[in-house]
Design a protein around this ligand. Sequence first.
Ligand code: SAH
Ligand code: SF4
Length: 388
Amino acid sequence: MQFDLPGLQQLMLTLGEKGYRARQLAEWLYLRGAESFAGMDTLPRGLRSSLEERFVFSQPRVLHKRTARDGTVGYLLELSGGVKTEAVAIPSRKRLTVCFSTQAGCALGCVFCATGALGLSRSLLPGEMLSQLAVVAADFADVRVSNVVAMGQGEPFANYDATLSALRMMNSPELFGIGARHITVSTAGLVRPIRRFASEPEQFTLAVSLHSAEQRVRDLLMPGLSSQSLDRLREALLFYMEKTARRPSLEYALIRGVNDSQQALASLLAFCRVPAPGFHVNLLTLNASGITLGLEREAMSGGAEETPSEAQGAEGRRKPLSTPSAGSSPPLSAALPTLQKAGPAAFKRFENGLTAAGVGVSRRVSKGASIAAACGQLACRSVELQEL
Ligand code: SAH
Ligand code: SF4
């Protein structure tokens, strides 16, 4: 049973209660972060006892909290079964944004992302996503959560139903009341769910992690997506734009020597040549993921020496990237094991090129890098990271 509002309403009916009790229960569970049924004093005593008899109470436990100088707060959370995941609060003058996780770890294994190096523990339930907001809301008692982004650990569209359930409760005026346009889902680009998302009635915002418009490069960077071609992704996005008239954003972390060349820009411009509303491109600064692509280095150099920690870090988690075939570009492959953020000139070139082609473009530097809480750094650590 899903404990979203319709699911809780169903439960209330089964228990012989009025439907509005579902909203009260959801408030206790997801808004107030209650820790027992006994304390839910807006519910009748009999109902509290029935709930206690039927359900085990489980709220996430904050194992560790770290605050960056820029105000970003990272929370390491333990969920039922000892599974760990993370949420991040990003306060600014006008907003409080929560970046929440939809899974513990991620199965897709993008080579630039620390979450990908963890592998997948399990997908989260809607309540486990909402409780991440409740944890932040309790910590920032005077500020309302204004924006949410599904950009924490995991791939939201690999956990589609639970994520949509959670988004609806975030959007519900009876619960968090966050406007749909202030709720963003970021997908690595799973094609079928993008088409499905196009048909949802709410105006949720869609972001797609593109990172390269060249198939060969994207396959190296995002090996878990290699079965979903860029052509199919583009078609799904065209369908999405036609159906919703909304503009998805394309996330593109510029990586030196990998996806920042003139040729890479030309491919991106070709990808962006679509009818209105068109794409908006977010150029991201690559964050230090703290992972070492030891296996890949071995695969590409034919067995270079590794330190034990490198071998251990990559062991069993990532597939080795294929050794470049004769005639393919050695500089790209050689650049992969030591991913570095691109320099200012590349940012300028991409910005100018996209603007000249009439494509909206912004730069995004994610906050929280000093506490390993920025995009691509969520690996259940409580350590500090060095800047790249
Ligand atoms: N799985 C989803 C959402 C979680 S990742 C996705 O991939 O979109 C959230 C965002 O962090 C994505 O835009 C992803 O591309 C970006 N990201 C991952 N690793 C990064 C890194 N090292 N530096 C900058 N952004 C990164
Ligand atoms: Fe998973 Fe997204 Fe990280 Fe890729 S970038 S490994 S899809 S969380």
